[in-house]
Design a protein around this ligand. Structure first.
Ligand code: HEM
Length: 143
């Protein structure tokens, strides 16, 4: 059956809605702040990206379409082109994200299927070996 038709609540609701997403994102960014591989990739001001990640996770987990309502299609791989992401960076991103979800109190059995999808996405974001445009995409605000 199409998951959209099943009676099971979306992961977004199972884990506790926006408050839970925000706890996860804060725990993740707290780790990024002192990370030797990831910190240099992120801009000096971490706040705007933090909010964007929270909006993205909301919709990616089956909650409100907070990100796309503001920015349109995420085009995630393209948006990451300005940041040279290799296997180590992707691996570190995933590890810090796992720690963040655990710190936020999300039970392991809820995390596991989500991290199967996140691992695929993180691998997809690797672009260090590709000849891609490195200039930022820029935001197109819909509102
Ligand atoms: C694989 C390793 C990854 C690295 C090193 C990485 C790094 C970054 C960096 C440096 C930014 C810019 C932050 C800013 O402008 O403040 C960013 C933005 C973002 N990342 Fe990642 N990222 C990775 C994977 C992912 C994955 C797997 C997802 C989705 C599940 C994701 C979702 C986002 C979103 C939604 C944004 C904001 C995009 C926007 O500007 O609208 N990232 N990431």
């Amino acid at each position: 059956m199409n998951p959209a038709e099943s009676a099971a609540p979306a992961p977004y609701h199972q884990l506790g809605g926006y408050q839970a997403v925000w706890r996860i994102v804060e725990a993740f960014y707290r780790r990024v702040e002192t990370d030797d591989i990831l910190r240099p990739l992120y801009p000096e001001n971490l706040e705007p990206g933090k909010q964007k990640l929270a909006w993205f996770f909301e919709q990616w987990l089956g909650g409100p379409t907070s990100y796309s309502d503001r920015y349109g299609h995420p085009r995630l791989r393209r948006r990451h082109f300005p940041f040279v992401i290799d296997e180590r960076a992707a691996g570190r991103w995933l590890r810090l994200m796992r720690e963040a979800w655990t710190e936020a109190g999300v039970p392991r059995e809820l995390q596991d299927p989500i991290f199967e999808r996140l691992a695929v996405l993180a691998r997809h974001m690797i672009n260090a070996h590709d000849d891609v445009p490195r200039e930022p995409l820029g935001d197109v605000y819909l509102d």
